[in-house]
Design a protein around this ligand. Structure first.
Ligand code: ATP
Length: 355
């Protein structure tokens, strides 16, 4: 099936092969391909007894750790519980498989084999993208960096969806799961909700389909403001749910607004809906005034790298990723190809070369 836009063009073809689910062998001690297995004493010493908290999430606390040679790292300690231990194991097994310049690197781990686990990750000093886009952030993220971040995240998603075996659905693409290094290069993190062995779509298991709506809700993955409505309706996790989350992140990059407004609780996909419909209904035509109204005002007033043609491309990509029918959304490779073709500044940053 083909979708045409004067600005962006995607050929959408759904694939349905399911690949096998080989599990990596995790040794109980020592090192697995450069990944070190630590004791709890090591963990305490690396974090100076958990003295500096640098982040927290629904399942974990993240502490600054110091390796030999004063190299910083981040230690993600999962909350101790049998259920969250499974989340830790699953994230560990996935990170052991992944090596990509735009995916956070696993350096080591602690595992008590029962209920406590911790991951030692490379440290990303600029924190997460959500904080960087925040209106109260001192620094305004330049347009050129925003397009590069979108491109790098698309490359990371392309890697997990199409280039690694077995393939992986991240399940929680959002701006707080995109970390930034000192040059504002992005790295995808938090594989705690990821599903392994999917090629395109996996039906909910029998147990899931016979569950009460309440227990189903507890098992659902994703975060408010980013969750694919098709997944919410059906419980079917697919690569295209990651593309939906990616579409929301692109809207955040363009507008500088949060996926869910902390003041009014409004969802960005809802405020952007008229613009998205206009883009989809008019073959990519966007009135410049409407585009300006949606853009992050901090960019309009003082960013020489801002290019309205690139804004149009980013908005068109977001619009396609947010289409309600998953089969009409582009794949990550299609997004990568479109961005590199339509956004010339990406080549100045060395993006688009095979990494
Ligand atoms: N490697 C890292 N370097 C720097 N900061 C980090 C790193 N890993 C995590 N953080 C910080 O901690 C936050 C939470 O991390 P993460 O999303 O992995 O935790 P979680 O418990 O899985 O969260 P969630 O509630 O989204 O599931 C990130 O948004 C980021 O601010």
């Amino acid at each position: 099936m083909s979708c045409f836009l004067s600005c962006v063009r995607f050929d959408i073809t759904a694939t349905t092969t399911i690949t096998d689910n080989n599990k990596p062998t995790v040794q109980e001690s020592g090192s697995v391909s450069g990944v070190t297995c630590y004791t709890w004493d090591d963990v305490e010493s690396l974090t100076s007894n958990f003295s500096r908290l640098i982040g927290s999430g629904g399942y974990s606390s993240i502490y600054l750790a110091r390796l030999s040679g004063s190299i910083n790292a981040a230690l993600k300690v999962h909350v101790s519980s049998h259920r969250l231990y499974q989340v830790f194991r699953s994230e560990l097994e996935i990170l052991l498989r992944l090596q990509h310049p735009h995916i956070v690197k696993l350096l080591g781990y602690f595992d008590d084999s029962e209920e406590t686990g911790a991951l030692l990750l490379e440290y990303l000093p600029q924190g997460n993208l959500q904080e960087k886009l925040n209106r109260n952030s001192k620094q305004v993220l330049p347009w050129r960096n925003r397009t590069a971040i979108a491109f790098q995240v698309a490359q990371a998603i392309e890697h997990i969806h199409e280039k690694c075996s077995p393939q992986i659905v991240h399940g929680d693409i959002k701006s707080s799961n995109i970390l930034l290094d000192k040059h504002f290069n992005s790295k995808l993190c938090d594989f705690g909700s990821a599903k392994v062995g999917f090629s395109s779509m996996v039906q909910p298991s029998k147990t899931m389909s016979t569950m009460s709506p309440r227990s189903k809700q507890v098992m659902m993955i994703g975060s408010p403001g980013y969750t694919d409505p098709h997944y919410l309706r059906t419980g079917i996790a697919s690569k295209k749910m990651d593309m939906y989350g990616f579409g929301v992140v692109v809207l955040e990059l363009v507008s500088g607004k949060e996926a869910v407004s902390s003041e009014r609780g409004e969802m960005l996909v809802h405020t952007a809906a008229p613009l998205i419909h206009e883009i989809l209904d008019s073959n990519g035509y966007i009135e410049e005034e409407k585009m300006r109204q949606f853009l992050d005002p901090r960019l309009l007033s003082r960013d020489a790298s801002l290019d309205l043609e690139e804004v149009k491309t980013m908005l068109s990509v977001a619009a396609f990723c947010l289409r309600s029918a998953p089969s009409l959304r582009p794949s990550a490779s299609q997004v990568v190809q479109t961005l590199v073709k339509k956004i010339p500044s990406l080549s100045f940053l060395g993006c688009g070369k095979d990494e």
